[in-house]
Design a binder for this molecule. Structure first.
Ligand SMILES: NC(=O)c1ccc[n+]([C@@H]2O[C@H](COP(=O)([O-])OP(=O)(O)OC[C@H]3O[C@@H](n4cnc5c(N)ncnc54)[C@H](O)[C@@H]3O)[C@@H](O)[C@H]2O)c1
Length: 249
């Protein structure tokens, strides 16, 4: 059950954090892995993954990377649109709109372009997995563009699933809460808030979430499409005892 051995898996943002953990996981499971990122990393170089450098928000760069990935070893079975950035743009009244543009460019346009170009280089019956975020549901006050961008990822996941269903290509999203990566350090505010605000009373490690991507990549999840799986330790589920105790004591 849940074999991914032999599948060709392409992961954007594969040089760091969640993407790098996915690269290592799928290689360990016998998949053939291609990473797409702005640049490589020492940790990625140590793996057997093939790297294509590309900016996911650049139509030409991403489409060429996907084309070359398919040419180099055959069509893709799994594409994980994972590259993303998180930046606060401040309050609405004094927001820095250049940040909003940067975040939308990578998180929305980057995933949009992945959905535009990846299917032509994929086998029928394949799986596309977009990295969303619990921030689409629950957010911090000055991360509007990030939250909106991840809500957009969930909307694109649904529309793409409707378009690609006739080819048997499934499109789903994994929405992490706080995961300890270079984006979220262990002593950063989100990790500290996670201890208080999640049912499981801790942030995630990348090991806590790769299995969900594996499940969606495997053929056994063949009837799941247009869905989101939250992997947020129960953050979105509601108010924790810890928070209630703190407020009410
Ligand atoms: N870490 C978290 O707590 C968390 C929570 C929810 C969602 N996410 C999402 O998970 C994904 C991965 O985040 P992470 O924590 O691993 O971050 P990270 O910063 O460790 O890794 C992101 C990777 O994406 C690459 N990247 C950024 N912009 C790119 C671009 N334009 N083109 C190509 N590659 C680009 C970076 O070079 C980097 O290797 C993102 O979409 C992020 O929004 C992260």
């Amino acid at each position: 059950m849940f074999e991914v051995k032999g599948k060709r898996v392409l992961i954007t943002g594969g040089a760091s954090g969640i993407g790098l953990a996915l690269v290592k996981h799928f290689l360990a499971e016998g998949a053939c892995v291609i990473a797409v990122d702005l640049h490589g990393s020492d940790a990625l170089t140590e793996t057997d993954a093939e790297l294509f450098t590309a900016d996911v928000s650049d139509e030409t760069e991403l489409s060429v990377a996907l084309e070359r990935a398919a040419e180099s070893g055959g069509k893709l079975d799994v594409v994980i649109n994972n590259a993303g950035i998180a930046l606060p743009e401040g309050r609405f009244e004094d927001a820095d709109l250049s940040i909003l543009e940067k975040v939308f460019n990578v998180n929305v346009k980057g995933v949009y372009l992945g959905l535009k170009y990846a299917p032509r280089y994929m086998n029928d019956g394949g799986s596309i997995i977009n990295t969303g975020s619990a921030a689409a549901h629950i957010t911090m006050p000055e991360y509007t563009s990030y939250s909106v961008s991840k809500s957009g990822v969930l909307a694109m996941t649904r529309t793409a699933s409707l378009q690609l269903g006739s080819r048997g290509i499934r499109v789903n999203a994994v929405s992490p809460g706080t995961v300890l990566t270079p984006m979220e350090s262990v002593d950063g505010p989100e990790a500290r808030i996670s201890v208080q605000a999640t049912a499981l009373e801790r942030p995630a490690n990348t090991d806590d979430i790769v299995g969900v991507y594996h499940f969606l990549a495997a053929d056994e999840s063949r009837y799941i499409t247009g869905s989101e799986i939250r992997v947020d330790g129960g953050w979105v589920a509601g108010m924790t005892y810890k928070t209630m105790d703190k407020v009410l004591s």
